[in-house]
Write a new protein. Sequence first.
Length: 321
Amino acid sequence: MFGTLQDNREVEKITIKDGNCEVSILTLGAIIQSFKYKLSDGSVREIISGSDYLDSYVDDSTYKGQIVAPFANRIRNATFSMKNETYKLERNNGKNNLHSGSANTGYDVWNVLFKTPNGVVLNTSTKHLGGGFPGNIGITVKYTLSNNTLSINYTMSADRDCVINPTNHVYFNLNGENSDAREQSIMIDADRYTRTDEDLIPLSVDPVNDDYDFRTMRRIRDRRDGIYDTCYELNSGRAAILRGDDLEMTVTTDRPCIQLYTGEFFNSRKARGNGGAFAALALETSSHIDPMNCDRIEEVLLKHGEIFRSITSYSLKEIKK
């Protein structure tokens, strides 16, 4: 057991292992609490920002490690329309809705359906009009470790038409917990990015300019001082390659976009190592930002009777010097 919430619900920690990798998942939020890699010299490195204390995850404004659902990222004016009906959501990010507000499954205690030495399956559900979102939505997530690759399989269904955009909000730093995440290098397979206003609400989807061009491997800090909270429209399923001093991680996905957030406002209570700004970065696979208000609702529409399935994987390898 990892800990007990104030309402006496117990939070379990499940650890899965395969190859050089060991990953721990909490039943709270289906959170990735730890992701360790054993290097060839025998040392073990923690490659995500997390905590060993339950209260660090309760009402966590950084969303670290959570399965964010039903809807990740921002929704303009906390409002959208679907089939001639308007849905008003919680305004928890200025006048906008961010990461589903109080409906976010990252704060649920999920059920463990089954587990194996290298995998675990968890589920939860949202209620119709919880946080303003339509649909009683069932959400199942399967974590699997194989060949030094962590895969996250999402399955969702609902009792009526709704909108869904799940992601995992884990923060990575391949160099370890006490280094600046901007010193890592990254390649993102994207020719286009979302230009946003000061509230990070979309203005347009534009070709990448020099400041936002990561089509070849580049140190993150080399432009804009490494400050990014940017949605990239992917060219292919090989979304990104993140490279540290001696580890490399390839992110693959069937989602159309990836959000690079380098952690400018990251501040995690009781984090392992440095829990402050730029301690680690997020690579959130998702839809475009605010698709319902940008003529992209079909990208996130889940119809009654249909099943949404998606997979994102993180593959690790050591860089030989």
